[in-house]
Design a protein around this ligand. Structure first.
Ligand code: UD1
Ligand code: UDP
Length: 386
C-alpha cells in the first residue's frame, strides 16, 4: 500500500513524524510512505530542524513553493502536487490539519480521484474569516477517511450532513469517519519521555517563566491586536516580575517591526523579563512547555500541548476549535483584549486546583489510522478479486 503524506508547515511536519514513526516501527512490510514537502515553510528552524530531530524520512519531493498570497501559493502547490500524484499513483494521500498545503493536497488528490485521508478532521472554529476554517471544511468534504481527534469533531461533521455510520465501501461520496484521538498526543507521550540534554536550555529554564507564542494572521497583521497583546505581556512581566519567553514565528518577527510603535518595541527590548527567541526545535519547545508556569498562545497545537503538560493556557483568540479544553476551565479565551489577558493571568496566578482529564485519546492515533487503512485495502482487494 502506497501513501503520500503531504506536509508544508511546521505543525504538519511534527504531526507527520508520529505517522512516519509508526509506519517504520510496525508497518514497513505493508505500507510504503512517500513524503512530499510543499515548501510552505522553508527556514531551517521552521522545517529542516524537525526532519532531523524527529527522524522523519527526508521528503522525496520538495516543491519549494515558499511564501505568497493565498491564491498564488495554493495554486503553485496544486501544480506541483498534481505532477507528483500522477507520477507516483498512490493508494492514499494523507493530509494533516488545515493549512494551505492541506487545501492544495485536497484539491489535487480529489480531482485525480485519489482517496484522501484527513488527519484532524472535523475541527471547526465556526469563524470563516480564518483561512484555516475554509481549508479544513473544503478538505473534509473531499476526503474518504476522516480521522477526527475527538467526539466533538465527529459531531461537527454530523452537523454538516456527514453520515458517521458507514463502516465499509468507503469513497468520497461515502466517507468513513473515525474518532481516533489526537496524533499530537502520540508525539507528546513519545517525546516528552525522552531525555533532553541541552545544558544551555536547562540553564535558561531556572527561573519561573511564562511561555508565549503568537502567529495567527488576525493577531500579527492587525496592528491594534498585536499592540494589545504585547502591551499585556509587558504589563504581566513587569508587574509580576516574571520572565516571558517568546519563540517568535517569522511572520510575527516581521509584523512586530512593521506594526508596533517604536516606543513599545523599545520597552519590549529593554525589559529584563521579556525574552524574544527565534523559533525553537520541537524538543526545545516541549522542554519550554513542560517547565512553564503558564502558557499564552494563539496556536492550535500549543494550546493542546499546554493541556498535555497540565498547564493553564491563556488563548489569544476569541474562539477555539478545542472547546473541550475550555470546558475543563484550564484555558480562557481572551482574544487580543489587553484587560482580558491581564485578568486571566490574575485568575491562574491565584488558583491551585488544576483539572486536566484525559480527553485526547490514548496516544495510539497513528497506529489506529494505519490499521484502518490496511483493513480497508484488504477488503477492497477481496471485493475486486471476487
Ligand atoms: C501557516 C498556516 C497556519 C499555521 C502556521 C503554522 C495557512 C493559511 N496558515 O501560517 O494555519 O498555524 O502556518 O506555523 O496555511 N515565513 C518565513 N519563513 C518560513 C515560513 C514563513 O519567513 O519558513 C514568513 C513569510 O513572511 C510568510 C509568513 O511567514 O509570508 C507567513 O507564512 P505562511 O506559511 O503563509 O503562513 P503562516 O502564518 O506560517
Ligand atoms: N513549535 C515548535 N517550535 C516553536 C513553536 C512551536 O516546535 O518555536 C511546535 C509546537 O510545539 C507544536 C507546533 O509547533 O507542536 C505548533 O505549530 P504552530 O504553533 O506553528 O501552528 P498551529 O498548531 O497553530 O497550526
Amino acid at each position: 500500500m502506497k501513501l503520500i503524506s503531504i506536509v508544508g508547515a511546521r505543525p504538519q511536519i511534527i504531526k507527520a513524524a508520529a505517522l512516519s514513526r509508526i509506519i517504520r516501527q510496525k508497518y514497513s512490510n505493508v505500507i510504503t510512505e512517500i513524503i512530499v514537502h510543499t515548501g510552505q515553510h522553508y527556514d531551517e528552524n521552521m522545517s529542516k530542524v524537525f526532519f532531523k530531530e524527529l527522524e522523519i524520512p527526508l521528503p522525496k519531493y520538495n516543491l519549494n513553493i515558499g511564501s505568497a498570497i493565498h491564491g498564488k501559493q495554493t495554486a503553485r502547490m496544486i501544480l506541483g502536487l498534481e505532477e507528483v500524484l500522477m507520477k507516483e499513483k498512490p493508494d492514499y494521500v494523507v493530509l494533516f490539519g488545515d493549512t494551505n498545503s492541506t487545501l492544495a493536497g485536497a484539491i489535487s488528490a480529489s480531482k485525480l480521484q485519489v482517496s484522501i485521508v484527513h488527519v484532524e478532521a472535523g475541527l471547526r472554529s465556526y469563524n470563516k474569516k480564518m483561512p484555516e476554517e475554509i481549508n479544513r471544511i473544503l478538505c473534509d468534504h473531499v476526503s474518504t477517511f476522516l480521522f477526527a481527534p475527538n467526539k466533538k469533531a465527529v459531531t461537527n461533521l454530523e452537523k454538516e450532513g456527514f453520515d458517521t455510520s458507514h463502516r465499509s465501501n468507503f469513497s468520497i461520496d461515502q466517507p468513513g469517519i473515525f474518532n481516533v484521538g489526537d496524533i499530537m498526543f502520540d508525539n507528546f507521550l513519545y517525546y516528552s519521555q525522552m531525555p533532553f540534554n541541552s545544558i544551555q536550555c536547562k540553564k535558561k529554564l531556572q527561573n519561573e517563566y511564562i511561555l508565549a507564542t503568537i502567529h495567527r494572521d488576525h493577531n500579527t497583521d492587525n496592528a491594534e491586536n498585536l499592540r494589545n497583546i504585547f502591551k499585556a505581556l509587558l504589563y504581566i512581566a513587569n508587574q509580576f516580575s516574571i520572565d516571558i519567553k517568546i519563540p517568535l514565528h517569522p511572520r510575527t518577527m516581521k509584523c512586530m517591526s512593521e506594526n508596533l510603535p517604536q516606543a513599545l518595541l523599545r520597552k519590549i527590548d529593554n525589559s529584563i523579563y521579556i525574552q524574544k527567541l527565534p523559533p525553537v526545535s520541537f524538543m526545545e519547545m516541549i522542554e519550554l512547555e513542560k517547565n512553564a508556569k503558564l502558557i499564552i498562545t494563539d496556536s492550535g497545537g500549543v494550546q493542546k500541548e499546554a493541556y498535555f503538560f497540565n498547564k493553564p493556557c491563556i488563548i489569544l483568540r476569541k474562539e477555539t476549535e478545542w472547546t473541550e479544553i475550555l470546558e475543563t476551565g484550564m484555558a480562557l479565551l481572551c482574544g487580543a483584549d489587553y484587560r482580558k489577558i491581564v485578568d486571566a493571568y490574575g485568575v491562574y496566578d491565584e488558583i491551585n486546583t488544576r483539572n486536566f482529564p484525559k480527553i485526547f485519546g490514548d496516544g495510539n492515533t497513528a497506529e489506529l489510522i494505519c490499521d484502518i487503512l490496511i483493513k480497508n485495502k484488504k477488503k477492497e482487494k477481496l471485493v475486486n478479486h471476487n
